[in-house]
Ligand binder design. Sequence first.
Ligand SMILES: NC(=O)c1ccc[n+]([C@@H]2O[C@H](COP(=O)([O-])OP(=O)(O)OC[C@H]3O[C@@H](n4cnc5c(N)ncnc54)[C@H](O)[C@@H]3O)[C@@H](O)[C@H]2O)c1
Length: 353
Amino acid sequence: MRDVIVVGAGAMGRAWMDTIARRSDTRVSAIVDVMPGAAESAAGERGWDIPTLSSLDAALRLGADVVLNVTVPEAHVDVSSAALRAGIPVLSEKPVTPTVHEALALAALSRATGVLLAASQSRRHSAGIRAFKDALAGLGGAAQLHTRFFQNPRFGGFRDRMEHPLLVDMAIHSFDQARFLLDAEPASVYCEAFNPGWSWYRGAAAAEAVFRFDDGSRFSYSGSWCADGLTTSWNGEWRGSAAAGTATWDGEGEVLAQGRSGPVASAALDAEPEGLDAALDEFVAALDGGPAPSGEIHRNVWSVAMVEASVTSARRGALVSFAEVFAEARQAAIARADGEVADLLRAGDLPVG
Ligand SMILES: NC(=O)c1ccc[n+]([C@@H]2O[C@H](COP(=O)([O-])OP(=O)(O)OC[C@H]3O[C@@H](n4cnc5c(N)ncnc54)[C@H](O)[C@@H]3O)[C@@H](O)[C@H]2O)c1
């Protein structure tokens, strides 16, 4: 049985509490939230008699096997750093950090302390995306990958006031899915972000981006958060073009593939864990000596970088290389670091790609 401290008792924190409780080998041992009453009400709703605290340090002193960081993105660095320094492995909600330089610093801290830190990217774990990836591999691997994400949420609140609500708050899901599907890392991006005249957001609610990956493949992203009518699924709609044919995924359960001739084949879906359950599965397996989780920080930093590079490209109106993004981020991280973390950053072997 592993004890898990859940930090952040908002909507997603509660979903994580239920995910942890579904397993027979994990349990929520304490809940932390800075908002008065939030941790208490989450525990109370579940009938749990466990410590509820407003201080992370006090919770860490109780000890645990895992910290689940489900705070708002701006708090991710402080919460994850404190847990790593206390020697407790961290599974963090996406984005693992808001910026690439913070992700590099956390990667170095994870390496310096020898404590695991991984992001949960729940949308790379579904039967549909796994079947789509297998279909593309069966056709020789996609050289052109497209997704269209068109949704129309009326959130209200902070997203309505962000400069880049779509790219910063949502697109990391599609970007991380593309890395998963291509099994490659991005090399450059050109992105235009804009706000359609009818948009109810202040910032750019729509974007068009083209990424070149290091294996020569291209990934194009077309997205909007202010698109009424004929909305896509929340995973978007996908198409991959490969040497031996084409595969599509509707973002839910339908994966189709066709070669140069012959019928359209519908792929079978597996019954493996999805979403948060799958992300926790990977993390627990890693603690048990299994492979590193797919969101381990040294690799997940590429998904953070896809967001940052897209925003930079949109601001400049120019193509941006990931080498440049990482070089600048490394300098920024070194300027803020000291000791072994600074030495590791200077060694320059981050990120792993
Ligand atoms: N994977 C997904 O599909 C998905 C969906 C929604 C949200 N998320 C992510 O989950 C995270 C949380 O989102 P949410 O919708 O639950 O937000 P939320 O605002 O509902 O909840 C966040 C909670 O964290 C608490 N908090 C903030 N700073 C804290 C700190 N330093 N220590 C302890 N508690 C702190 C807040 O008081 C709040 O209760 C975000 O990173 C978000 O991007 C992921």
